[in-house]
Design a protein around this ligand. Structure first.
Ligand SMILES: [Zn+2]
Length: 123
């Protein structure tokens, strides 16, 4: 029992780590755009490292997803990967916002570049 829990947890943590890599890519794009009006194409953060789906969001929509370090932006229908460590928070026409929990959520939080920058800024 403990072993299978460990395997599930390992898989969930792996997905969370991959998702934070895609989030970093989106964060780079967002910083380059600044607060430009209009929409940009962000990469799906579903955790499938072969997924290359793009999601069109405006800056307000993107900032909303980034308002919590355990939330991720995924294309509609891509929520199946992470199992119990992830739940759908919001469903929009072309994308969903999912929240990580447990060990996966802790990884997502620890690897949030905005959080790291805020700590560096605020001491
Ligand atoms: Zn995807």
């Amino acid at each position: 029992m403990a072993e299978s829990d460990g395997l599930v947890s390992l898989r969930d943590r792996r997905f969370a780590a991959i998702q934070t890599v895609f989030r970093r890519s989106n964060e780079r794009l967002s910083r380059q755009l600044g607060f430009a009006l209009g929409s940009a194409l962000y990469v799906c953060e579903c955790g499938d490292d072969s997924c290359s789906d793009l999601i069109s969001l405006n800056q307000v929509e993107y900032e909303h997803v980034r308002s919590d370090s355990t939330w991720f932006l995924i294309a509609s229908g891509h929520e199946i990967l992470a199992g119990d460590s992830e739940r759908i928070l919001e469903t929009h026409e072309h994308h969903q916002v999912v929240a990580k929990s447990g060990a996966a959520g802790a990884i997502a939080d620890a690897l949030d570049t905005r959080r790291v920058r805020a700590v560096a800024r605020d001491g």
